[in-house]
Write a protein that binds this ligand. Structure first.
Ligand SMILES: Cc1cc2nc3c(=O)[nH]c(=O)nc-3n(C[C@H](O)[C@H](O)[C@H](O)COP(=O)(O)OP(=O)(O)OC[C@H]3O[C@@H](n4cnc5c(N)ncnc54)[C@H](O)[C@@H]3O)c2cc1C
Length: 389
């Protein structure tokens, strides 16, 4: 039986392990955390609507449900040519026929970033955002700034949606507390038209939502540095802030950079559309770790990571049997999300035909909650999977 080593226990790694097991292969998953973190529903952690535990699924439960082996021990080195992986405990993993790299991405570092917290970083940061926001609510007033940064080397690694979501959720939360007028909320991003990936219609709608919610907007100027009390921009202005949430754009992982695998300019693993790393037989890269091919507006997303994972499970199984049949991800590139506001949401979809954003007051919020429940329970095998989800 072919032996497969999956590195990373996020959307990509977990989905790959589940689908590789459906082919009855011998699968081992290695993760630095003992849980799978459902990032899309973590946007409710800062306002206390969910806890870290609510949006985490223990990896041992997933391993038990699907019959894969689990090692919780951070990967410290990948020697791609030798198909050898070294863990923090000094344990050496070798002798695998296939390796699937699914360790996510690192973040671009900015001066003073220690003064910020990110909803897209370590899960503990979301909990810290909750504590800091609660302290401001206790105080009764404050200035809050939330935004995201760019990556000129790879726009697919720019993640803006969660900044909009957390900011609108904070607005709704403060209104419910009867404190909104005591707080100044500001959105910031260096590009002229943040959110443009979602299309013109979406950018226009976001502007209207900022006006309606009295959220200030600072765009079109490079971020120079963060300080304990705010953010400095290239045009000489400063946003005063007691609490700054900043999503730095993604960049390739340090461990991957030392692995000998081919990298894009931004440090992501270069693969073909079947997620094979050409020149390294039996090595695949999927999810945020992989350099995403496709149109200019493409974005690294969880549902694309899962398509890659299911394809790789199929491709490995076929390869193991010497069958020349492969599935690629390019036809599945689109942007899909339910952008939550705490009291509703907007359905966002972008493909080659263009983008649309459809407001879904009240019901959208509950749809996203329903998806979170589905994600957890379907992965645990407690409810059937909806095909393609
Ligand atoms: C707040 C937020 C909201 C989002 N909303 C949406 C949405 O609505 N729709 C959508 O499609 N996408 C959304 N995304 C994007 C989506 O979550 C990512 O594209 C997805 O998580 C990528 O999956 P991944 O497995 O490649 O990476 P990750 O989910 O980041 O998983 C990487 C895994 O590798 C592990 N790892 C890292 N380093 C090591 C190491 N050295 N050793 C061992 N293990 C390691 C990590 O612990 C982690 O489990 C959102 C992202 C965020 C942050």
């Amino acid at each position: 039986m072919a032996k497969v080593l999956v590195l990373g226990g996020g959307f990509a790694g977990v989905e790959a392990a589940i689908f590789l097991r459906k082919q009855e292969l011998d699968v081992t998953l290695v993760s630095d955390r003992d849980y799978f973190y459902i990032y899309p529903t973590s946007i409710w952690v800062p306002t206390g609507e969910a806890t870290k535990e609510d949006v985490s699924v223990p990896l041992d439960k997933l391993a038990f449900a699907h019959g894969f082996k689990l090692i919780v021990d951070p990967v410290t080195k990948i020697e791609a040519q030798e198909k050898k992986v070294i863990l923090q405990s000094s344990r050496v993993l070798e002798g695998y026929d296939y390796i699937v790299v699914a360790m996510g991405q690192d973040k671009i570092q900015h001066t003073g970033m220690e003064h910020t917290l990110s909803i897209c970083g370590k899960p503990e940061e979301a909990t810290e955002l909750y504590k800091r926001l609660s302290a401001l609510v206790q105080k009764g007033s404050g200035k809050i700034a939330m935004g995201f940064g760019g990556n000129p080397k790879d726009t697919s690694a720019v993640r803006g949606g969660p900044a909009f979501e957390v900011l609108f959720n904070v607005d709704t939360y403060l209104k419910r507390k009867g404190l909104r007028e005591n707080f100044e909320l500001t959105f910031f991003a260096p590009m002229e038209k943040p959110g443009m990936k979602m299309g013109h219609n979406a950018v226009g709608m976001m502007d209207k939502m900022f006006e309606m919610t009295h959220i200030h907007k600072k765009v079109g100027s490079k971020i120079i540095s963060f300080e304990a009390d705010g953010i400095n921009f290239e045009d000489g202005t400063k946003i005063e802030s007691d609490l700054t949430m900043f999503i730095a754009a993604g960049t390739g992982q340090g461990i991957v950079a030392q692995s000998g695998l081919p990298l894009s300019e931004a440090g992501f693993v270069v693969t073909n559309e079947y997620n094979e790393v050409e020149g390294f037989e039996g090595i695949y890269a999927i999810g945020d770790s992989a350099s995403l091919m496709g149109p200019d507006w493409r974005a690294k997303q969880g549902h694309v990571a899962e398509v890659m994972a299911r394809n790789v499970a199929y491709n490995i199984f076929q390869h193991a049997q010497n069958i020349d049949s492969k599935r690629g991800y390019l036809e599945h590139i689109n942007i899909l999300c339910v952008m939550d506001t705490g009291n509703g949401a907007a359905f966002v979809h972008r493909d080659d035909k263009g983008g649309k954003m459809i407001p879904m007051p009240v019901i959208g919020h509950w749809m996203k909650k329903g998806w979170g429940w589905y994600c957890r329970n379907s992965k645990l095998g407690k409810i059937p999977r909806i095909p393609g989800m």
